[in-house]
Ligand binder design. Structure first.
Ligand code: ATP
Ligand code: PAU
Ligand code: K
Length: 244
């Protein structure tokens, strides 16, 4: 049995994958990894642990130690690469690209035929475009939704508001509405812009993942949601590496 981990800046997503398919999965905060019940329940059966992460080096070591303490299996970290089975990274220095972006792109590359856009709406929002030949055309990194709310709250003295779940992009009539509607309007503008780019670059598929995927879909993004695209790509890569 294999433990797959996508450790992001907000949450750690995990999946236990056995011969017959998915045995368990979930998302926890960084400090909760040690208490995932399945780690104890399946400790004997887990034979390898594979990780995609964008957290700091210090936290990465902590994560490594916590996993090794719970499960006596080797931990393997996978990073962004220059090329894999025809998918080619636009970065001159792929080591600088977040592993999650590469793994999500690779998951999409193996899933789709034709060019695609991958949107990962997490702590930060990333958008990457790949053409039908596998060439990564490049991407964008934007602040995530919670990050934007947080910066308005902390960096402006007179902006006080409660976060509202309603996604209404019409002009607001008080501070709370102006902020909540403003960020809904921004997300909907991003969605519209992605749709334009997809047409411009002739891409055939739009895939969205991450904790705020639903928000973009609700605000007009026309895309297929793949909840754990990073883990899907990571699992593929580890299987390919194991077969070498
Ligand atoms: N239960 C939840 N806990 C925390 N955030 C959630 C939850 N459900 C949805 N979200 C939203 O998901 C976002 C975080 O997404 P996600 O968990 O995909 O990020 P991440 O993988 O930790 O981040 P990144 O990969 O960008 O570092 C938050 O901004 C929040 O708005
Ligand atoms: C942008 C995030 C935070 C998204 O999780 C991550 O992919 C990351 O830390 N990237 C490093 C910078 C880069 O991708 O160029
Ligand atoms: K992520």
């Amino acid at each position: 049995m294999k433990l797959l981990v996508d450790a992001g800046n907000t949450r750690v997503k995990w999946r236990l994958s056995g011969a017959a398919g998915v045995v368990g999965q979930g998302a926890v905060l960084f400090d909760e990894v040690a208490s995932i019940p399945e780690l104890a329940n399946y400790a004997q059966q887990i034979t390898s642990i594979v990780v995609s992460t964008v957290i700091s080096e210090e936290r990465r070591r902590q994560l490594n130690d916590v996993l090794l303490e719970r499960v006596k299996a080797p931990v393997r970290f996978y990073w962004a690469e220059t090329e894999r089975r025809g998918l080619r990274n636009a970065y001159e220095d792929p080591a600088r690209m977040g592993a999650d972006r590469w793994h999500a792109m690779y998951g999409a590359w193996r899933l789709c035929s034709g060019g695609f856009a991958v949107i990962d709406a997490g702590s930060a929002i990333t958008i990457d475009y790949v053409d039908a030949s596998g060439m990564h055309l490049g991407g964008y990194i934007l602040p995530g939704v919670q990050m934007m709310f947080r910066s308005l709250r902390t960096d402006a003295a007179r902006i006080g508001f409660d976060v509202n779940e309603a996604l209404t992009p019409v002009p607001g009539h008080d501070t709370g509405e102006c902020v909540n509607h403003g960020l809904a309007w921004l997300s909907s503008s991003v969605s519209e812009r992605i749709m334009k780019d997809v047409e411009f670059y002739g891409l055939s598929h739009v895939l969205v993942t991450g904790g705020d995927a639903r928000r973009l879909l609700d605000l007009g993004l026309s895309a297929r949601e793949i909840p754990e695209l990073v883990l899907d790509g990571l699992e593929r890569i580890d299987t390919e590496e194991a077969g070498r």
